[in-house]
Design a protein. Structure first.
Lengths: 595, 152
């Protein structure tokens, strides 16, 4: 009776279909119980009352079915069948009244049992699909339905039982009925205090994770966590749309990884974003006909959208959707606002972290560029020194002593250093091309063994002995000019860093389907600490003494670029004071281009 | 700041105090020797040929070790010292000279932007920022000519 009054009051305050159905249901239960109690006290009741009682009793499972439909979707065929069953039961009862035959009784009990069981199964399935507070409610309702079905079964069986057992069965039935009533009440119309208690652990879990959310690797990870937290806290499906400045749209991420862009003002999310206030719809198909197809296909019967805003900054929108309006409670609108605020705080923190990271990356890039420019300038200045000073000296000599023989050595120096300058400028351009990944151009079959011979013979200084060890041609499809540059760089490096008249050995062979080249010298070697960075473009850690830095370090950087753009690998083995061996492995053949 | 560097002059020693050393050399007669130290052979050859053409006696060294050996053989009027060299750099040369108690004016040659700072670090009397022109080179060396003995 108390439950009935509580539910009826709620229905008067908020006259919705669900509340009406709940009132009908609990009213019917209360009526049956009261009449039964009265009959037990006063004695046999008049036949008309019995008939009404039976009609109400038969009506109960149908009202229950309507409630199922209020909270989740019930196929109309099932509803029609239940209505037919109800009509048949009522007709049969009245036709045979007052002496109801056993067959009709069995039919009614069976009908009752089947519909209750169906409702129980429907709510269990609904509980499985939902989460948070909704899951608890659905669980309570399914428990109520199971208890009710069992109660009906026992009531039906009572007349068939032994006389001694009837009292026990009746007591059990009443207990089950009471339990079912309470479970239904908690599920269908949970008091605010219970709802809050159910929500609390979810909210607590969400808030506990909130602090760590801004540090998640991707914004999408944060969005997903926020969505999960919001969904669990409200027992609905939650989606976050983030405002995209560049497209001036709200972007939603679907589960399958695709995105949906929504214009502000469109659908509930767009409207909530534009109006900057929460919007709640208990009939989204009517309130937003544009989205009707989507609501039908996704079985959405209620939508709540709240803007995510940090101060003046409109960050996005948080939407909640559920199969039916009663999933939402009035307090959920307020809760949605709080969750949206929490999301705003988290997303804003994320934006600040991102901004700081971008600033750091920009500073780092600027520093690298400055370092690189200063290194490049240094390398260009060295040959330029000879060019400037020597050319001025030649000029002065020619002016003062026009008849003196030409300073051939001085002129040669100017020519050589000018070429060196040109080479450095070429390296700088190559480094730029490399960054754009277009260092390697047209490819053709190249024999590395022959190429290595040519590079070795090209030696002009005669200070080192360059020897090639290759037993057979090793032909691959490469950019000839670039691979030659690669071998030249490696051989020149080997010469540069090893004492005069020590040998530089170049080995070319084939191994495991790869072309292999090894350039070995007996030079100064590379300290182990420098090995990991040896192929990187000059990037100086701030704690490294700038005096120790020599040159741009572009040679090996370009070498690595050439090798990697060919799909190969380059590495070095070195020991200080003993020498270095640079290894190159290139794919041997590229069938696509061989023809 | 300069005291942190091994090549910096010891406290109290002013660059000018080196003059006290030179009168001894003056007794030996004129000293026109310039030691040029650079690992870049073109610069070494260019600077050497220019200074030779101007009447200096030039000793060239392609490394720090060669420079020390040359100084041991004969103290020059001035050392034109490249700073960035493999194995033994300009700082190491300046340090070694001081450790041996040898005081020769140094002019730092470098392409780095920190030329002046580096010159201070090794207690050099001047610096030549690469690329330098003919006149800069001659001026930088000229100012020491009077110190080593009779001027041309």
């Amino acid at each position: 009776m108390l439950i009935f009054i509580s539910v009826a009051l709620r229905a008067i305050r908020q006259p919705t279909r669900a509340h009406t159905d709940m009132t009908l249901f609990f009213g019917a239960v209360a009526f049956v119980i009261v009449v039964a109690r009265l009959a037990a006290v006063v004695g046999p009741m008049p036949p008309w009352l019995t008939a009404v009682l039976v009609a109400v009793l038969i009506g109960l499972p149908y009202i229950l079915l309507r409630l199922v439909d209020d909270f989740t979707h019930v196929r109309s065929a099932i509803k029609r069948a239940a209505e037919l069953g109800l009509a048949a039961g009522v007709v049969a009862t009245y036709a045979t009244a007052p002496t109801v035959p056993t067959l009709v009784t069995i039919y009614i009990v069976l009908y009752f049992f089947v519909v209750s069981t169906f409702c129980a199964v429907a709510f269990i399935r609904s509980a499985r699909r939902s989460r948070g507070v909704t899951r608890r409610r659905m669980e309570a309702i399914s428990l109520g339905s199971i208890l009710l079905a069992t109660d009906i079964l026992i009531s039906g069986l009572t007349p068939l039982a032994q006389v001694d057992d009837r009292a026990v069965l009746q007591a059990l039935g009443q207990l089950l009925g009471l339990g079912s009533g309470i479970a239904y009440y908690l599920g269908f119309a949970p008091p605010a205090i219970l709802r809050r208690a159910w929500q609390e652990p979810e909210l607590r879990a969400f808030l506990a994770r909130a602090a760590s959310l801004p540090r998640l690797p991707a914004t999408l990870d944060i969005v997903r966590e926020l969505e999960r937290g919001a969904a669990n806290s409200t027992g609905t499906t939650a989606r976050i749309g983030l405002w995209q400045e560049e497209t001036a749209k709200l972007r939603f991420w679907e589960d399958d990884g695709t995105t949906i862009e929504l214009e502000p003002g469109k659908h509930f999310a767009g409207r909530a974003f534009e109006l900057q206030r929460p919007i709640f719809s208990t009939n989204p198909i009517r309130d937003n006909p544009d989205g009707a197809a989507g609501y039908r296909s996704r079985n959405v019967g209620a939508v709540l959208a709240a803007p995510i805003t940090a101060g003046e900054r409109r960050l996005g929108v948080l939407t909640f959707s559920a199969a039916r309006p009663p999933i939402f409670a009035v307090s959920d609108i307020e809760l949605a606002g709080l969750l949206a605020d929490q999301a705003a705080v988290i997303l804003e923190s994320r934006a600040l972290i991102d901004h700081a990271a971008r600033v750091r990356a920009r500073e780092e890039a600027t520093r690298l560029k400055e370092d690189f420019l200063s290194a490049a300038a240094h390398d260009l200045k060295t040959p330029l020194t000879t060019v400037v000073a020597q050319a001025e000296f030649l000029e002065r000599r020619a002016t003062r002593e026009p008849t003196a023989p030409a300073d051939i050595a001085g002129i040669k120096r100017v020519v050589r250093e000018s070429k060196r300058l040109a080479g450095l400028v070429g390296d700088l351009l190559d480094a730029t091309r490399l960054e754009q990944g277009r260092l390697v151009g047209e490819r053709e079959p190249v024999d590395l063994a022959t190429l290595a011979q040519e590079v070795c013979l090209h030696d002009t200084s005669n200070a080192h002995v360059c020897e090639v060890d290759a037993s057979a041609p090793v032909v691959g499809v490469y950019d000839r000019r670039r691979v030659e540059q690669l071998l030249q760089n490696l051989v020149e490096n080997a010469k540069k860093y090893s004492p005069e008249r020590t040998p530089v050995d170049v080995k070319v062979w084939q191994e495991d389907g790869e072309a292999r080249v090894a350039v070995h010298d007996s030079g100064i070697g590379i300290p182990a600490a420098d090995l990991p960075r040896i192929f990187e473009r000059f990037s100086r850690a701030s704690n490294v003494d700038d005096r120790r830095f020599h040159g741009m370090g572009l040679g090996l950087f370009i070498c690595r670029g050439i090798v990697e753009e060919h799909g190969g690998r380059i590495w070095v083995e070195s020991e200080v004071g003993k020498g270095s061996t640079f290894h190159v492995a290139l794919p041997i053949a590229d069938g696509r281009r061989l023809n | 700041m300069t005291g942190l560097w091994a090549g910096a002059p010891p406290p109290g020693e002013e660059p000018g105090s080196r003059r006290a050393v030179w009168p001894e050399l003056r007794d030996e007669g004129h000293n026109d020797t310039v030691l040029v130290v650079d690992d870049d052979s073109s610069i070494l050859d260019t600077v050497s040929s220019i200074l030779s053409g101007e009447g200096y006696e030039v000793v060239s060294a392609a490394s720090g070790q060669e420079a020390l050996a040359a100084v041991a053989l004969k103290q020059p009027l001035v050392i034109l010292l490249d700073m960035r060299m493999p194995v033994m750099d300009g700082w190491a040369v300046a340090r070694a000279l001081r450790n041996q108690g040898i005081s020769v004016p140094i002019v730092v040659m470098t392409a780095a932007e920190s030329a002046k700072r580096w010159a201070d670090e090794v207690g050099a009397e001047g610096y030549l920022a690469k690329p330098f022109g003919l006149d800069e080179l001659l001026t930088a060396v000229e100012r020491f000519r009077g110190r080593g003995g009779r001027s041309n």
